[in-house]
Design a protein around this ligand. Sequence first.
Ligand SMILES: [Zn+2]
Length: 270
Amino acid sequence: MFKRTLRCPALTALLLCVLTIAGAEAARAQGAAPPSSLDALKDDIAAANRILADLQVVDAFGHVSVRHPTRPDHFLMGRNLAPALVTPADIVEYDLDGKAIDPPAGATHFLERFIHAEVYRARADVKSVVHTHSPAVIPFGATKAPMRPMYHMSAFLAPGVPVFEIREAGGMTNMLVSNGPLGKALAASLGDKNVVLMRGHGNVVVAAALPMAVFRAYYTETNARLQLQAMGIGGDITFLDKEEGEKAGEVLETIHLRAWALWKEKMRAK
Ligand SMILES: [Zn+2]
């Protein structure tokens, strides 16, 4: 999907060049090498959109963003497109007021870009934000049943999963976080957590890097399905304890890159 051109002048240099690029590709396949340029970051954002569509965490709706690596008061996100259609050329830079910086001619923008803008404004530690209408989480936003971690893969839920009630911020709305004040209220509901559910809408997942944000978006959906199954069985559910969540969360800091490498490779093969 994302090809590169080799230009090495002599045979020895060519061999070194091939080995270097092969090494870099291997490192990238392992998820070990962060993108070294804006173009590589845009490649990863486009890949993340397609990965989440492939995993059915997003459908025609939902978006992925990354804080700009050198302009922390800006972020990068696809223009108004279904996630499965986003390419690196569709990634647009925005400021924290949701204003697009030199967008492609004719590009339109997500109404809910204020979710991303206000989370980045409120949380200096957040470098990536995913917003989805992840279907299995919807019941947890609409009922009083709190979402809690069912297993180690969703240990990042252990600190708690708040619910954003848009009526408290905006009264009777069309349910979309389509302006700064609603985005600020949502960021306040998120607080210092990793995930916030949006009543009657979906969720927002944050992380210190794009691969972890994608991982958390997927395993939030998976956890919701598992918890609904456990609730259907009936009886008490034994969730991860807070201490188990902390310990398992430390493991996820490294192993999530295996999932990222697998998902990216699948996208590359398509
Ligand atoms: Zn939405």
